[in-house]
Design a protein around this ligand. Structure first.
Ligand code: NAD
Length: 509
């Protein structure tokens, strides 16, 4: 047994991944581990130490083609099988995720720097529940019987696309992967998943777990690689007619245009710039806990993270004091330590990007509150949280998605003013408000322009509840019943009850 420490990170991963991935993490295609024909590979970096972590095979066009072909073949049989049999397989995968939660969690902690307190419990549990929820859907994929003219029967039938391309980001590797795989399989599709190049490992273990749990070969394929190589080959593959993408708005726009040109269906879950609003009458302690969790949890690398804090003027000093008190207890450091709340950012590139936003905000006139009590390690990609005051709504820090632990504070006098400010960005993923006034809560739930609105709570999610963004935050909904519309086509079937009568009469007479 190897001691779990960052100095052993590569050895730990070698121990956890399937035997075939001992030297290089391979692609999972058609139920087999495959290197790339070209033997190209890339090395991931441990975000906690900045040192090389693992060698990953880079899938090119040949591997993508093989994965899609394997998916197409397997899907034919999968869709013909009884929905209850498909459900049983998905439930087995859910159980297997639970029994492998320690290993899956360890991989995400080493690969993405997500704290072990989250990966081993919350993330694995959420991934298992995604499979369980969608297992409940497989034998309920109903169409409708539509009343039409007498003498004709018309009904709709739902049909899967075939092979879905799933492309996921690095911030919550396991749940991002499960969120693509479970609904695609439940709706009778096969899937080729391309996980983010910065954190591909847990998706590979998940593929192996799913295989052991009885998922027929070819239904789930995982291809590793860079977005502009492997991702591009996947979205352009002619046999792919559905792309489900989660990632940045810029890449989403590109993928949307490639899919638009090729007339492929696409679901886009993109970036955010979420507002967090606190009124005078709110439970300030609960709101402060929620703000610190939302803005700084996962190093601010959450698409729905609170990035703009709106305080009713009277609450500002009390609320900021409550936030400071909590921040002084925040432990930022080695994500393998069970006490750690926040680990590193994912990469050097991301750390430099966040630092760039800090510099720009200060140049633009924002003032950073001194968070003296917080210490962060010097090695790795750690960055200290920054809270900015004196932010104008038109500054870049108030408008653009940073994806780091930066928070801008604004003050407001009344509800109309704050709603206008909160809605004044190009994004519309999530919005949170804290108030004890039920009337105001109801008005806010309506007036915030975001796909998710949380009142007196934050980051509440459930696989049964639809998830998606407004404006530049995305198109289409994932999760819930709504996932069916994204992953299945509806066919309208007409049957004539008697001999068909031509409107032109019988021209043969
Ligand atoms: P990203 O857009 O850089 O990459 C996401 C994925 O797309 C990666 O797997 C990447 O390899 C792939 N990709 C990149 N270029 C591609 C191309 N040309 N063709 C095909 N695939 C390509 O995003 P990221 O930096 O990994 O993740 C952070 C972003 O994800 C943030 O903007 C965040 O808000 C967003 N996000 C959104 C949600 C949501 O549900 N709305 C959830 C998590 C993250």
């Amino acid at each position: 047994m190897i001691i779990e420490s960052q100095s052993n990170a590569t050895a730990l991963i070698r121990d956890v991944l399937p035997e075939a991935c001992r030297d290089t993490a391979l692609n999972w295609i058609g139920g087999e581990w495959r290197h790339s024909e070209s033997k190209d590979s890339f090395i991931t970096i441990n975000p906690t130490t900045g040192r090389p972590l693992y060698d990953i095979a880079m899938a090119g066009e040949a591997e993508v083609e093989a994965a899609v072909a394997a998916g197409a073949e397997a899907q034919k049989h999968w869709w013909k099988s009884d929905g209850q049999d498909r459900a049983r397989v998905l439930r087995h995968i859910g159980d297997a995720i639970r029994s492998h939660s320690a290993l899956l969690g360890l991989l995400d902690t080493l690969d993405a720097g997500r704290p072990i307190r989250d990966t081993r419990s919350r993330d694995s549990e959420r991934a298992a529940r995604l499979f369980e929820f969608f297992a409940g859907m497989t034998d309920r994929l109903r169409g409708a019987n539509i009343p039409v003219q007498p003498g004709r029967l018309n009904f709709t039938q739902l049909e899967p696309y075939g092979v879905v391309a799933g492309i996921s980001p690095w911030n919550y590797p396991l749940t991002n992967a499960a969120g693509k795989i479970a609904p695609a399989l439940a709706t009778g599709n096969a899937i080729v998943l391309k996980p983010a190049e910065d954190s591909p490992l847990s998706a590979l273990l998940l593929a192996s777990i799913a295989d052991e749990a009885g998922l027929p070969a070819g239904l789930l394929n995982v291809v590793n690689g860079l977005g502009n190589v492997t991702g591009e080959a996947l979205i352009r593959n002619p046999q792919i007619s559905k792309v489900s993408f989660t990632g940045s708005t810029d890449v989403g726009r590109h993928i949307g245009s490639v899919c638009g040109e090729a007339l492929k269906s696409v679901t886009l879950e993109l970036g955010g710039k979420s507002a967090f609003i606190v009124f005078d009458d709110a439970d300030l302690d609960r709101a402060a806990d929620a703000l610190v969790f939302s803005a700084f949890g996962n190093g601010g690398q959450t698409c729905t993270a609170a990035t703009r804090l709106f305080l009713s003027k009277k609450t500002t000093p009390t609320f900021l004091d409550a936030v400071m008190k909590r921040l002084s207890k925040l432990q930022i450091g080695d994500p393998l330590d069970p006490e750690t709340h926040v680990g590193p950012l994912i990469s050097d590139k991301q750390m430099k990007r966040v630092q760039g936003y800090i510099d720009t905000a200060i140049d633009d006139g924002a003032q950073a509150i001194d968070l003296k009590s917080i210490a962060v390690p010097e090695d790795g990609y750690f960055i200290k949280p920054v809270i900015f005051q004196n932010v104008r709504p038109d500054m870049r820090i108030a408008q653009e998605e940073v994806f780091g632990p930066l928070l801008s504070v604004f003050e407001f006098d009344d509800e109309d003013e704050v709603v206008e400010l909160a809605n004044a960005t190009a994004y519309g993923l999530a919005g949170t408000a804290w108030t004890a006034d039920v009337h105001r809560a109801t008005r806010l739930a309506r007036s915030l322009k975001a796909g998710l609105v949380w009142i007196n709570t934050v980051h509440s999610l459930h696989p049964g509840s639809p998830y998606g963004g407004f404006k530049q935050s995305g198109q289409g909904l994932e999760m819930g019943q709504e996932a069916i519309q994204q992953l299945m086509k509806s066919k309208s079937i007409w049957i004539e009850e008697g001999p068909w009568q031509s409107p032109w009469g019988d021209l043969g007479e």
